[in-house]
Write a protein that binds this ligand. Structure first.
Ligand code: FE2
Length: 411
């Protein structure tokens, strides 16, 4: 009798474990696409795409890209969502966050984990902790500014695209972000890592455009119109470079196709590389520190439309920065989402710093891990910068005409 009981007990445990495994292995999320539509996507290890039930109506998801026998042995599925719905379910998950209105936006950037960071130590790699904390804010939209995966493979140095594999995306992004992916829609921007070293994963998994087997050098910029009273522009700067400006005209020609006439000075620009961001470089020979702008390409690319931009949010520099200069849109840098922070921090106070002939009126650097929450108020938006452990590090009010930031604000 006892033997039989044990046998059924182990069978039951085995069944439960295999169920949990399959749910955890498959992934689902909702993302904003280039055409303004929201799309549910699924990564599955099954041979066919699953059924999605939208308000109880079942329909089969379509294939975005089939699995291969190499680095991406997964099937990626998609289904456009209607503008409104009560909920939908897929892969035993129910998603009930409405797509609109959007009044609270979470912002993260540069969340991947380098080889030199212990992926299991939240002090070294706090991205899972940041996801947990953002989840408590219950945002209406999550914006990722790019650079999702770094070096998790010790063999990486021998081959530059070694990390362009599903297992890396899973370990460094999809597993730790799982809770938030199931909770709110996302807007994904491409970082330079996804252009140079994880391009296949970008194209297959999270690009806002239809899948292409060929690398798209610069994806077209697109408007996100779902935030009332705001024109949010998603711009792909992943192929740009700090030091060369050969593709400036190509970027400009893409921007010229967009209509900027309707929202004078109310455009929020999201792009991986900042228009102005300050980094400190230590000279190896004499240990002298100097500061420079990373990356100046954006000043050239957006020269014709600076006056249209209310503010810019970028990642790429692994810190938080706020820069307000007279002739430029206000710049926020939020590349502090998990990857190792800047080794030599830029000065904390950036007031009166001159960079590329521009005088910074007000500026600050906070070299701590964290994330941003942008909330709508009646006359302004409030951007709160939180540490990974949820302390408020700064608060910035962003009005129609100007923004203002305070350090060390209290919870
Ligand atoms: Fe980057």
């Amino acid at each position: 009798m006892m033997i039989h009981f044990r046998k059924y007990y182990y069978l039951l445990i085995g069944f439960l474990l295999s169920s949990c495994t399959s749910i955890n292995e498959d992934k689902m999320w909702v993302q904003v696409n280039h055409n303004g539509e929201n799309e549910v996507r699924v990564v599955t290890h099954q041979d066919t795409c699953p059924v999605v039930n939208i308000d109880g109506q079942p329909s089969l998801m379509e294939t975005r890209v089939s699995g291969d026998n190499g680095n991406y042995p997964i099937l990626v599925c998609k289904k456009t969502l209607p503008k409104t719905y009560a909920n939908f379910s897929v892969l035993n998950q129910t998603f009930s966050h409405p797509l609109e209105p959007i009044n609270k936006i979470a912002i993260i950037g540069d969340t991947g984990c380098r080889d030199s960071q212990n992926i299991n130590d939240p002090e070294q790699w706090p991205f899972p902790q940041i996801v947990e904390n953002i989840s408590r804010h219950n945002p209406d939209l999550v914006i990722h500014l790019g650079d999702y995966i770094y070096q998790r493979d010790s063999r990486y140095n021998s081959q530059i695209t070694e990390r362009d594999k599903w297992e890396h995306w899973k370990t460094e992004f999809f597993d730790p972000a799982d809770k938030l992916l199931k909770q709110a829609p996302w807007l994904f921007l491409r970082g330079n890592i996804e252009f140079l070293k994880a391009k296949e994963g970008w194209m297959k998994l999270v690009s806002a455009y239809p899948y292409s087997p060929f690398l798209v050098q610069e994806e077209e910029p697109f408007w996100v119109d779902s935030i009332e009273g705001v024109s949010l522009l998603a711009h792909d700067s992943s192929a740009a470079h700090r030091d060369f400006v050969s593709n400036v005209e190509s970027y400009r020609s893409k921007l010229r196709k967009l209509d900027f006439s309707k929202d004078d000075k109310n455009v929020w620009l999201l792009t991986h590389r900042p228009l102005v961001g300050i980094v400190t470089i230590k000279n190896k020979n004499d240990n002298k520190e100097s500061i420079l702008s990373d990356s100046g390409y954006g000043l050239e690319v957006f020269k014709e439309i600076h006056s249209k931009l209310r503010f810019v949010v970028s990642g790429h520099i692994h810190t938080f920065q706020y820069i307000k200069a007279h002739q430029l849109p206000d710049q926020f840098v939020m590349g502090n989402g998990g990857v190792r922070l800047e080794k030599v921090a830029a000065p904390t106070i950036l007031d009166n710093t001159i960079i590329q002939s521009q005088i910074i009126e007000k500026g600050m650097t906070i070299n701590q891990f964290g994330y941003g929450i942008l909330e709508r108020h009646k006359e302004f938006w409030l951007l709160s910068l939180y540490s990974a452990k949820n302390t408020v590090l700064a608060r910035c009010t962003i009005g129609k005409k100007e923004s203002r930031c305070e350090f060390g604000a209290k919870n």
